[in-house]
Write a new protein. Structure first.
Length: 308
């Protein structure tokens, strides 16, 4: 319902909210999670209080506020918001989706593996490319394939897990390239705001899986990821937000370098819609051609361009 994969994780968190009898549903969000918590709480008749960092895309705030939660904008980064929510969860009996309900919330991302296996005719892909913020989705996609293998639903196979980050917030990519196990926190500076998590909770697990499966971690600049948003729109008719641009930008970079082969069955996860982050592309797209409502004006201004 809220146009990102966060509906999946929130659906599972919501089941825990009901089971434990919480009355306030909350989260620390880079935007999409706030949308999903607010919408699902509205439907469930719960109070929602969502915490966001300052400077989010306008549409992400509007598309959250419409469900009438309490939206709290914290003067700081997402990492500040997350730290505050940890303290709130310790002191108050609130259900905070990605903090004290994280074990439930995180399992919801496994459906991203289950559905891919189903759509491929009950097999895992050779490789996945996944945009990484906290790293939860990446880790749980792997767990989803693993569980299906263990149950005998799909054949056993190593899925190469490729993590995609924005260069302006790429602490895991930096650690991967430096061949260290330490993911050092960074101060995010990227248009991929949904991935702007400087201290990723699951960073060490992402690094380990990317290395063990041979998938690797790669990053792209803001220019490259915005270009990739346009490439996906112009070739597949899909308009994604910058997180999806990070996926496609990394896919493009690795394919061009020969690191992803043309025969590999590769699934690129596009996890959010472009309409919520128009700022990323609005100044780059061509303005409409303005004409008078006459055939002459059409023939003068449009026909030649359209190749008629
Ligand atoms: C659209 C989108 N893609 C990817 C991510 C990253 O997910 P994770 O924090 O589980 O790594 C987010 C996180 O907010 C997101 O909103």
């Amino acid at each position: 319902p809220t146009w990102s994969f966060k509906d999946r994780v929130v659906a599972v968190a919501l089941a825990a909210v009901k089971r434990f009898g919480f009355t306030v549903f909350s989260c620390a969000s880079t935007g999409n999670l706030a949308n999903a918590v607010a919408a699902h709480a509205a439907k469930a008749g719960l109070r929602a209080v969502v915490f966001i960092p300052k400077g989010l895309e306008r549409a992400k705030v509007v598309t959250t506020s419409v469900y009438r939660p309490t939206v709290v904008e914290v003067e700081g980064t997402y990492d500040d918001v997350n730290r505050l929510c940890l303290e709130i969860g310790d002191e108050h009996r609130w259900a905070i989706a990605n903090v004290n309900l994280r074990p439930y919330y995180s399992e919801g991302a496994k459906t991203l593996a289950f559905e891919v296996a189903e759509q491929l005719g009950w097999r895992a892909p050779d490789r996945v490319v996944v945009p990484v913020g906290s790293g939860n989705m990446f880790v749980k996609i792997h767990k989803g394939f693993e569980e299906f293998e263990r149950l005998g639903v799909i054949p056993r196979q190593t899925v190469r897990m490729t993590a995609a980050q924005a260069e302006g917030c790429g602490p895991i990519a930096t650690a991967y390239k430096a061949k260290t196990d330490k993911v050092l926190p960074v101060r995010p500076n990227t248009v991929a705001k949904s991935l702007a998590i400087g201290a990723p909770a699951d960073g060490a697990y992402v690094l380990d899986l990317a290395r063990r499966t041979g998938g690797g971690v790669e990053s792209v600049t803001d220019d490259e990821l915005v270009d990739a948003v346009r490439l996906l729109a112009q070739t597949e008719g899909l308009f994604t937000e910058p997180a999806g641009g990070v996926t496609i930008g990394v896919l493009r970079k690795l394919a061009a370098a020969g690191a992803i082969g043309p025969d590999e069955v590769t699934v690129a996860y596009i996890t959010g819609i472009g309409l919520k982050a128009l700022e990323a592309v609005e100044e780059l797209v061509e303005a409409p051609i303005r004409i008078k409502p006459t055939l002459a004006s059409f023939e003068e201004r449009v026909l030649a361009l359209a190749g008629g």
